[in-house]
Ligand binder design. Structure first.
Ligand code: ATP
Ligand code: F1X
Length: 321
């Protein structure tokens, strides 16, 4: 079972525009999609679509539109009731694949809500192959919350993956984590590297700065780093090696949730005993499939082009000692 925790879930509303976004103007959306979201919810949706056992844990009161959407999907979840409606996050998707996203702060969690969520996580940890802690933290939750939960889970012998950003990510990497999934901006933020330098190197197909940053973080957390790099694919750093992978050609439609699908793809492959290179292949195939779908739709195994992913084992200076 892959258990996902989404401290700050959302209803994702995607407005698809037929013309480029015009700031300050009134525009009419062609289509509007509403999907249950938040990073952990997205991971669970992809895992469920692959036929693996999963459960999403989140704060949301009974009858919240998010719970209704999850019920309609049939996704297994447990929710801690909170005082407020789950946030709506807006995506504006232009026809050339550009997406602009505006995320709301989310419902503040009280001390009682936080304790209830921690209890829920502990209750499911025993049956979990992995627990993933995903997304931003809502108001009322301190930056080291994921770190404290990870400490608990690691002590209990549970494997932990974390996908977050900003201060909660910086706090998380202060201790042991089995897997983190930063994108290139988050990698730069963690290591103090200049994001523009990382991006410029990637545009020249030079992975060295990304590998160097990911290797430093992997050593620090004593675990694996899956660095996703948008259209450039991803790099995986483990104690046994370093691999890069490029996606198959796709027409990008909405990249929102591509990172969550990558994390799910990695965990799906890992749960079936795949090699690190094949876990990376699965991560990149799932990410690319998600980017080619509208809104935050969960890709299924039928959407994957696994042979179209090119995986390369990196050696020499790029490898961890
Ligand atoms: N334009 C694209 N073309 C092909 N594949 C893509 C594209 N954008 C994303 N992907 C795939 O999706 C994966 C994850 O994308 P990205 O690195 O943008 O994640 P992210 O920044 O965490 O995204 P998000 O937070 O929106 O989920 C990439 O590793 C790649 O496999
Ligand atoms: O505000 P956060 O928690 O950082 O991110 C939330 C979010 O942008 O992440 C998912 C895509 O990765 C969406 O479903 C959701 O709207």
């Amino acid at each position: 079972m892959i258990v996902t925790v989404t401290a700050n879930p959302s209803l994702d509303r995607t407005l698809e525009l037929g013309a480029p976004l015009a700031r300050g103007e009134v525009q009419r959306a062609g289509t509007v999609r509403t999907e249950p979201g938040g990073k952990g919810v997205n991971v669970a949706r992809v895992v469920a679509a692959a036929g693996l056992s999963t459960r999403a844990l989140l704060p949301a009161r009974t009858g919240d539109p998010l719970c209704t959407a999850l019920d309609e999907l049939g996704l297994p979840y447990d929710a801690v009731p909170v005082d407020g409606e789950v946030r709506s996050n807006i995506t504006i998707a232009e026809s050339d694949g550009t997406t602009t996203k505006i995320n709301a702060p989310g419902v503040a969690l009280t001390a009682r809500d936080r304790d209830a969520l921690v209890e829920l996580i502990r209750a499911h940890a025993d049956s979990a192959q992995w627990v993933t802690l995903c997304g931003s933290l809502p108001p009322g939750v301190t930056d080291n919350w994921y770190r404290a939960i990870a400490d608990d889970l690691v002590l209990a012998g549970c494997r932990v993956a974390v996908d977050t950003s900003g201060a909660p990510l910086r706090a998380t990497v202060a201790g042991r984590v089995d897997l983190i999934k930063p994108n290139e901006d988050e990698l730069a933020e963690l290591t103090g590297a200049d994001p523009a330098t990382l991006r410029e190197a990637l545009s020249r197909n030079d992975l060295e700065p990304v590998v160097e940053a990911a290797t430093a973080i992997a050593e620090q957390i004593g675990g694996n780093v899956l660095a996703t790099l948008g259209a450039a694919g991803a790099v995986l750093v483990t104690a046994s090696g370093v691999w890069s992978a490029t996606p198959p050609p796709i027409v990008p439609r909405s990249t929102v949730g591509a990172g969550d699908s990558s994390l799910a793809g990695f965990l799906i492959a890992q749960s079936t005993g795949a090699s690190p290179a094949d876990c990376l292949r699965s991560a990149v195939a799932y990410g690319a499939a998600a980017a080619s779908l509208a809104g935050t739709q969960a890709p299924t195994p039928d959407h994957l082009d696994l042979p179209g992913v090119r995986v390369t084992e990196l050696s020499g200076a790029a490898r961890m000692s």
